[in-house]
Design a protein around this ligand. Structure first.
Ligand SMILES: *Cc1c(COP(=O)(O)O)cnc(C)c1O
Length: 439
């Protein structure tokens, strides 16, 4: 890691995270941080608070809490001093949010009913009529629909750039966005990134985006930089360190990690998240207590699961790369030394992840024969679970993408997307070897 600019999205030293001068690792803090058993009959684990509403001690307290929720109290950011109503807050959600923030040393965090609820709440909180959103491409398809199509109905336009863009391209796209915003009487509301892009695996240079923003907008009211960190976060990428303001998560993937829940989160700059909370309170979209509790359990093994999946992927990719029926393996661990993408990887990433692209020799028939022959790996979309999944993007997740755009993104018929789980690596290699023999 280089000396990255310290974003104000990061929290100053938190004394709870130290024993003397020793800083505790996030993985250790996942077992108890933010929960006091004495408040719950000595229960070691947090109970699930299945209640729609909370009792106030006095009428004056109820008023004070509502002044926080509604933003009537200056600087509350929609946060009440106590528990009010389960669309606003709850103990399980608050413990989860505190623990999520720890992984990125973030000032604040918010949880949502899905990754897309998190993303749409972020966009709605920041963009108004006449505004422009700048985004990297390609994005997760629902994110792209939200920004490019749904927001257009509310007079919000966008301009995009390819994920691997250079500083010069970034400068040009920000200049264009400023021009568009001034022509439509609005502002550049948000710089929205996704890295690595799916399925191209192209990494965004967040440090370059941060520097380009400073050059384009100076010191004033800067458009926040948000980045979808679902594929590498929170273990293998911590983009707040490179100058992002908000790290966006579909907790459905690696954080949940067992393919048994849907949830999302925003982690980072408090001032930005205060604006989002003031939208989440009236609109809804907060995570439910039961799923928040499941995520607390998931977080206890996050580091174990992600580490094992990452080690497995490294072994599996090394096997696949040399196989005669394989054309190419698009895995972050294989980026060419000296390339621009490798340079970004070295500055931004702490690991290569466990989701990658396998290009077989041949086309759809070969990809389908491979997928149909798998026995351990399951044929399903999604990623980041304990089990290995494989799918064919051209025939499945990206079926509706127009041919031309599909070609530009390298989504060919011979592409298989694979998310490696926590099984024994040797068993996965045996499964892939057997399936390749069947191609
Ligand atoms: C799955 C996913 C989302 C959407 O998350 P949901 O929890 O399904 O709403 C957003 N971004 C990326 C990169 C994803 O993989």
């Amino acid at each position: 890691m280089t000396d990255a600019p310290i974003s104000n999205a990061r929290k100053p030293k938190d004394p709870q995270r130290f024993i003397g001068n020793h800083q505790l690792d996030p993985s250790t803090l996942m077992m108890g941080h933010g929960f006091d058993p004495a408040l719950s009959e000595g229960s070691l684990k947090p109970p699930i608070f299945l209640t729609s509403t909370f009792v106030f001690e006095t009428a004056a307290e109820g008023k004070r809490f509502f002044e926080g929720i509604t933003g009537k109290r200056e600087g509350s950011g929609g946060r009440a001093e106590g528990l009010v109503y389960s669309r606003f807050n709850g103990p399980n959600q608050e413990i989860l949010e505190d623990r999520l923030a720890i992984w990125e040393d973030a000032e604040s965090a918010l949880s949502f009913s899905s990754g897309m609820t998190a993303i749409s709440s972020l966009v709605l909180a920041l963009a108004s009529q006449g505004d422009v959103i700048v985004h990297s491409g390609p994005l997760y398809s629902a994110s792209e629909s939200l920004i490019d199509k749904i927001m257009a109905r509310f007079g919000v336009t966008y301009v995009d750039f390819p994920a691997g863009a250079s500083r010069e391209e970034l400068d040009a796209v920000l200049a264009k966005a400023k021009e568009m915003a001034s022509a439509s009487g609005g502002k550049v509301a948000l710089i929205y990134l996704e890295s690595p892009a799916n399925p191209t695996n192209a990494l965004v240079d967040v440090e370059a985006v941060h520097a380009a923003r400073a050059a384009a907008f100076g010191e004033g009211d800067l458009p926040p930089i948000a980045i979808d960190n679902t594929f590498l976060g929170p273990l293998w990428a911590k983009p707040l360190r490179q100058g992002a303001d908000i790290s966006v998560y579909s907790l459905t993937k690696y954080v949940g990690g067992h393919s048994d829940l849907v949830a999302g989160a925003l982690v980072g700059n408090k001032a930005v998240l205060d604006k989002v909370r003031l939208i989440r309170n009236p609109m809804g979209g907060i995570l439910d207590p039961n799923t928040a509790w499941m995520l607390l359990r998931s977080l206890e093994t996050l580091e174990l699961r992600m580490s094992r999946a990452g080690e497995n992927a490294e072994k599996v990719c090394a096997f696949l790369r040399d196989h005669p029926k394989v054309e190419k393996v698009g895995y972050l661990g294989f980026l060419e030394p000296g390339s621009a993408q490798r340079d970004i990887y070295d500055r931004h990433c702490l690991g290569a992840g466990s989701t990658f692209s396998l290009y077989l020799k041949g086309g759809e028939a070969e990809a389908f024969r491979f997928l149909d022959a798998l026995r351990i790996a399951k044929l399903a979309v999604s990623l980041g679970g304990t089990e290995t999944l494989a799918s064919a993007p051209a025939a499945m997740t990206h079926l509706s993408v127009p041919d031309e755009r599909r070609a530009a993104l390298g989504i060919s018929d011979n592409l298989v997307r694979i998310s490696i789980g926590v099984e024994k690596a040797e068993d996965l290699i045996a499964d892939f070897a057997h399936a390749l023999a069947a191609v």
